[in-house]
Write a protein that binds this ligand. Structure first.
Ligand code: S3P
Length: 182
């Protein structure tokens, strides 16, 4: 039996620069739901920025913290609905995280744009992204991650769209097909 709460909860996934946080905030405002950003949660729990965590613990250390934060968030959210969550760009790429989301019957929406546009957005933002420092690695990572991203429940192209328009499209997807696919 699908968990009815999962229908009023959505997880935004996608590469760095896809606009998960900004579209997520706009979507939460449009729906009157709460918004949670997984990276913000990790930073608050660790008392350190994502960049500092990468420097101190490496990517594998960060991935451990990320999985733990996701697990706790999903457990906390069992009784909750009306929630928009922006995951990090690599969260959904880890099989163990996809399993956690599947068990929670999470509705996932991939936000995407051409990689050149994603890079442009990351370069113009002030936030430090450890995996966006080298252009070649950024391109390679984007390619590598496509098979995992393809497993998202819904997909939304964000190129040349405002944050509000992207949020509106997600809201429509949620109301048109609110059922949870196993
Ligand atoms: C990462 C993306 C970042 C953050 C971390 C790792 C990734 O989040 O979680 O730097 O592996 O793509 P955003 O996608 O919100 O930038």
């Amino acid at each position: 039996m699908p968990n009815p709460a999962s229908m009023r909860r959505v997880f935004l996934i996608g590469f760095m620069g896809a606009g998960k946080t900004s579209a997520g905030k706009a979507l939460a405002a449009q729906l009157g739901w709460r918004f949670q950003d997984l990276d913000d949660l990790i930073e608050a729990r660790e008392g350190a920025t994502i960049a500092a965590i990468f420097t101190e613990k490496g990517e594998s250390g960060f991935r451990e913290l990320e999985s733990r934060a996701l697990k706790d968030l999903l457990q906390d959210a069992v009784q909750q609905s009306d929630l928009v969550v922006a995951l990090g760009g690599g969260t959904f790429v880890q099989a163990r995280n996809r399993e956690l989301l599947e068990q929670a019957e999470a509705v996932t929406v991939l936000l995407d744009a051409p990689v050149e546009e994603l890079m442009r957005r990351c370069q113009t933002e002030s936030r430090v992204r450890p995996l966006a420092r080298e252009e070649e690695r950024f391109l390679e990572l984007y390619k590598q991650r496509q098979p995992a991203y393809a497993l998202a429940r819904h997909k939304v192209q964000t190129l040349n769209k405002t944050v509000e328009a992207v949020a509106g499209e997600i809201a429509i997807l949620l109301s048109v097909r609110p059922e949870v696919r196993k």
